[in-house]
Design a protein around this ligand. Structure first.
Ligand SMILES: *[C@@H]1O[C@H](CO)[C@@H](O)[C@H](O)[C@H]1NC(C)=O
Ligand SMILES: *[C@@H]1O[C@H](CO)[C@@H](O)[C@H](O)[C@H]1NC(C)=O
Ligand SMILES: *[C@@H]1O[C@H](CO)[C@@H](O)[C@H](O)[C@H]1NC(C)=O
Ligand SMILES: *[C@@H]1O[C@H](CO)[C@@H](O)[C@H](O)[C@H]1NC(C)=O
Ligand SMILES: *[C@@H]1O[C@H](CO)[C@@H](O)[C@H](O)[C@H]1NC(C)=O
Ligand SMILES: *[C@@H]1O[C@H](CO)[C@@H](O)[C@H](O)[C@H]1NC(C)=O
Length: 368
């Protein structure tokens, strides 16, 4: 009896090990972009769903070699399932013999940037270890900064970018952009606060010239690999740190907006001016919120009030929602449908759970 039990146990253990090994193998497949696949036409690379196969060694394709050559370098998903009656089974056979990789969620340019940061390849999901991450130098690396700014501009202008307010600000040159070291660290925060205060002066001039759409973009070089939850934590930590410097420098909260992050009239304030915050990062579940590094966008909040007054708000909102529907398959669940909700729910882009409260507390200014 004991021997049978023992044997069964061994077999089960072996199966589990086999299963996890296979799973690991799948996860470790290299990633390529569609452009990479197109370049390997001669090697008979094809894409089915999001998997990449090299069919060079396939000798017995029932449809002949010509058809493989004809569609090499392409996404053949639709054709494959149309032609092969047992598509799913056929694909499993292909998986075993010919699968060489999967499609990367980044395009070629983005991937190059990511390679540059691979030294940070450790997924941050633990705030207690966060202080140990080295802070990259922001000033001494001018070339990278220029590169990052250019990438962000390209990203804004790519046809998939949903936020049209942002795009208008970039088109009309009514924006500011800065590259910082590490998200939510002291050094970056000091610099960012100064930059935003400078931007506020520029913003006043822009308003006088009739440019209502203004925005300041802060890109952070690190961390690149982080979970959505970690990004949310860091975003609010960063806002809290900025707010505390603001208070230390004697600024009050923008009097047109509430300082309680759960209040429907909340607006994050710096230099007595309110901003609507949009967080982007590589691991966002919303496609529209993915960029190669963490970014905090400080949209002038006044522009939204202005929009509401001119009825343009609904138009903009519909455009953004339609985009999300097409691009992500669903409307951003946090986009305010309920006017009693706080805008703070939308900041990080992460789907919020019932009862979620932003980790932010306005601090009292000390009277001197
Ligand atoms: C390939 O095409 C299919 C169906 O047209 C689509 O679902 C899939 O996302 C495409 N894959 C890539 C990597 O574009
Ligand atoms: C091609 O050969 C492999 C074995 O090398 C076999 O598993 C597969 O079923 C064959 N495919 C066709 C379409 O005959
Ligand atoms: C993205 O987040 C998930 C958990 O939500 C984590 O398992 C994964 O490693 C993260 N990826 C990167 C590239 O940081
Ligand atoms: C769309 O967004 C939801 C979260 O709101 C996410 O779970 C889902 O994976 C996203 N889909 C795509 C295709 O990005
Ligand atoms: C809006 O939210 C409030 C409180 O969170 C709730 O009482 C109310 O029913 C909601 N209204 C709608 C239309 O969902
Ligand atoms: C927040 O705003 C309320 C109402 O304007 C005010 O009474 C309170 O002092 C403010 N709190 C802080 C910490 O500034």
């Amino acid at each position: 009896m004991n021997i049978i039990r023992f044997t069964v146990l061994i077999i089960v253990k072996f199966l589990i090990k086999l299963f996890t090994l296979r799973k690991q193998k799948n996860e470790q497949l290299p990633e390529y972009t569609k452009e990479d696949v197109a370049k390997h036409e001669k090697d008979l690379w094809i894409v089915i769903d999001n998997d990449i196969y090299c069919l060079l060694l396939m000798k017995n394709h029932s449809g002949g070699l010509e058809i493989l050559q004809k569609f090499a370098g392409k996404n053949v998903t639709r054709l494959f399932y149309e032609i092969h009656l047992n598509g799913k089974q056929n694909k499993q056979l292909l998986d075993q013999k010919y699968r060489i990789g999967k499609i990367s969620s980044y395009n070629n340019n983005e991937r190059q940037e990511c390679k540059y940061y691979l030294k940070n390849h450790l997924v941050y999901n633990d705030m207690t270890k966060y202080n140990e991450i080295e802070t990259p130098d922001e000033e001494n690396d001018v070339e990278t900064s220029i590169n990052i700014k250019q990438q962000f501009r390209d990203y804004i202008f790519c046809k998939n970018f949903p936020c049209i307010n942002g795009r208008i600000a970039f088109k009309r040159n009514s924006y500011g952009i800065g590259v910082y070291g590490k998200l939510a660290c002291k050094k970056a925060t000091n610099q960012l606060w100064k930059d935003i205060l400078n931007f506020i002066n520029k913003q006043s001039d822009l308003w006088k010239q009739g440019h209502m759409f203004t925005t300041y973009v802060a890109c952070f070089k690190t961390p690149i690999f982080l979970t959505e939850l970690m990004f949310e934590d860091l975003l609010w930590k960063q806002l809290q740190m900025l707010h505390e410097i603001d208070v230390t420098n004697g600024f009050e909260w923008d009097k047109d907006y509430a300082n309680d992050s759960m209040d429907a009239d909340f607006g994050f304030s710096l230099g007595r001016r309110s901003f609507f915050i949009v967080g982007l990062h590589p691991n966002s579940s919303r496609k529209a919120r993915r960029f190669i590094m963490p970014v905090i966008v400080f949209n002038s909040h006044h522009q939204f009030r202005n929009l509401k007054e001119t009825n343009m708000f609904t138009k903009v909102q519909t455009t953004v929602r339609n985009y999300d529907l097409n691009h992500n398959g669903s409307i951003n669940p946090n986009v305010l449908s309920n006017s009693t909700d706080s805008v703070a729910f939308e900041y990080s882009g992460k789907k919020i759970e019932p009862g979620w409260i932003p980790k932010f507390t306005a601090v009292q200014r000390k009277e001197v």
